[in-house]
Design a protein around this ligand. Sequence first.
Ligand code: FES
Length: 206
Amino acid sequence: MRKTRAGVSLRLTIIARDPRSRPCESGARKSGVHLSSAAIETPSRRDFLYIATGAVAAVGVGSVVWPLVDQMNPDASTLALASIEVDLSAVAEGQILTVKWRGGPVFVRHRTKKEIDDAVNTPLSELKDPQTDAERVKKPEWLIVSGVCTHLGCVPLGHDGPYDGWKCPCHGSIYDTSGRIRQGPAPLNLFVPEYSFLSDTKVKIG
Ligand code: FES
């Protein structure tokens, strides 16, 4: 399907074409990542969405690496057009929803007041890749970032590490509650994708 009324249907076609070909997804299945129907409406949504709350820790250490070369495949130009709509109503405060977008994971984190305060009150002088929290969010309670470690592409684990942000299981990079790199070999903050809020409970990524 090349024509789409909304980016969602186009993307679903792409995702449904090769879900078993990605080693990272295989690793996620082996490690027990829970598939959920909570995020967007589509007949095959369980194939590519999962809620990563406490269950995110079940992802095997070092076993989930999203292929950074994915963007180089022939579908790149098509993928660049794809977008998804995510229902936020099922994500409770303190939870992290992980959705798949353009072949990789995106974290949608419903931050608590403490998580917001910790991110806002961090001096820029402490940051390897200085960015204020306000530069990285559109609404303080919602942090939306790529789930790909900026070191070598592993998927960091949520609610882990000394800043209660994310910890990468591969080489120990630590991210804070704004997804900013704080320790370890990763050079950059978790990437903030293009997104917009369609309502209080729905966000469009891409
Ligand atoms: S891939 Fe994350 S620290 Fe190396």
